[in-house]
Design a binder for this molecule. Structure first.
Ligand SMILES: [Zn+2]
Length: 146
């Protein structure tokens, strides 16, 4: 039986800050105080304080995005906070887009037809997302107040 030996080998992502290959570590390496297991993470071996989680069911530990340092992690949170209400039904201020529709709309405003994903954005792009989505939010709340 010819099974590819590559199928189970993780492709190591690189740290975008220092260029070193990331190391696979359990969540306890990142959250030593947590009682919960958050799965595996790709972690910069250097001083960047950069990491990213893995897809839960990925045997190859596919990363959820690019490695993010503290500054980018904060911006990604802000971007999600601004963007998720467009499509997430349980988010405050839900606007009724489908997930795909929301990402398409975002992509078109960011000048790309490729699918956009906050997990793969840098600080600049996250800032754009916040600006775009807050503009949309203000627009729709002034619609309803009249
Ligand atoms: Zn690094």
């Amino acid at each position: 039986m010819n099974r590819g030996i590559l199928t189970l080998r993780a492709k190591k992502p690189k740290c975008p800050y220092c260029g070193e290959k990331a190391e696979l570590k359990p969540s306890s390496a990142i959250y030593p105080a947590a009682n919960q297991d958050y799965g595996m993470f790709w972690v910069c071996p250097g001083e960047c304080d950069a990491y990213v989680g893995c897809h839960v069911n990925s045997r190859r530990h596919a990363p959820l995005g690019r490695l993010a340092n503290a500054e980018l992690r904060q911006w990604k949170q802000l971007a999600h906070k601004a963007f998720d209400p467009l499509w997430k039904e349980d988010a405050e201020g839900y606007m009724g887009f489908s997930r795909q529709g929301a990402y398409q709309w975002l992509g078109s405003l960011m000048g790309t037809t490729k699918s956009v994903h906050i997990g793969f954005m840098d600080v600049n792009e996250c800032q754009q997302v916040v600006e775009i989505c807050e503009g949309k939010l203000n627009e729709s709340s002034s619609d309803t107040s009249n």
